[in-house]
Design a binder for this molecule. Structure first.
Ligand code: PMT
Length: 218
């Protein structure tokens, strides 16, 4: 299969030297890319700024902002059999980007934020993607409820629900534990393990679900 994977954070500029971002390290997305390559798939990895080396054999597209990630996904999605959106994309960006470094000459500073492009939500509705669509959901409460809602609203085939309130998993950690939410209310717990091992399991399940004729794993 040909897979598109998004990974890492986005950076939304405030002025020439500052930005809004989050704690995503890219480890989960890069582990997925590595596991997909190991499984024999071709991979386009669309990555926000991270300090990880790209897996050998991947087609790497580097981006900074949510808008750039949106445009890169739009460009590369057609022809892919499956897409996995593991990136932590900013939901909001500064409405105005200051041309010069903002000076600290007031006691408070208010930034007006505007919504960024909803990349996962655009896959079916704007880009017309018909392959196997996997979103992530990073939640600190009501994990499965929010994930099931996302599954339906964004017309996904799977949501990987990630409880990011738990220490040692989720953002910028070596390990992860997730619940896979599937249509019909089906849920599968993938227990805590290294992101490398978890990525292998996810890719095996996605391969099986995306290609109905593939041999069933145990
Ligand atoms: O990078 P690591 O340090 O290894 O951490 C991994 C991770 C915690 C970032 C990863 O496992 C994870 O949970 N990724 C999703 C993070 C996130 O931003 O979730 P969300 O619930 O805000 O977004 C839901 C889905 O919509 C995600 O698939 C996201 O990529 C996508 N999205 C979000 C906002 C936006 N503007 N466009 C999007 O496509």
């Amino acid at each position: 299969m040909r897979l598109l994977i998004t990974a890492g954070p986005t950076r939304e500029p405030i002025d020439p030297v500052r930005f809004l971002s989050n704690r995503s390290s890219g480890k989960m997305g890069y582990a997925l890319a590595e596991a997909a390559l190991e499984a024999g798939h071709a991979v386009v990895l669309i990555s926000g700024p991270v300090s990880l080396p790209p897996p050998a054999g991947v087609t790497l597209v580097r981006v900074e902002t949510a808008r750039q990630m949106f445009e890169a996904v739009e460009t590369h999605l057609s022809g892919c059999d499956a897409a996995i959106f593991s990136a932590a994309v900013a939901d909001y960006r500064p409405a105005q980007v200051a041309a010069e470094k903002i000076k600290k000459n007031t006691d408070t500073l208010t930034l007006e934020l505007e919504r960024t492009e909803d990349i996962l939500g655009s896959a079916r509705s704007k880009f017309g993607f018909r392959g196997f669509l996997v979103g992530f959901a990073a939640e600190t409460q009501n994990l499965v409820e929010h994930a099931q809602d996302k599954l339906e609203r964004k017309q996904c085939d799977m949501i990987v629900a990630n409880d990011v309130s738990q220490a040692g998993i989720g953002f910028d950690s070596a390990e992860n534990e997730v619940t896979l939410c599937l249509p019909g209310g089906r849920k599968i717990l993938v227990p805590r393990q290294s992101k490398t091992a978890l990525a292998r399991e996810l890719i095996a399940r996605i391969t099986q679900l995306a290609t109905p004729t593939a041999p069933k794993s145990k």
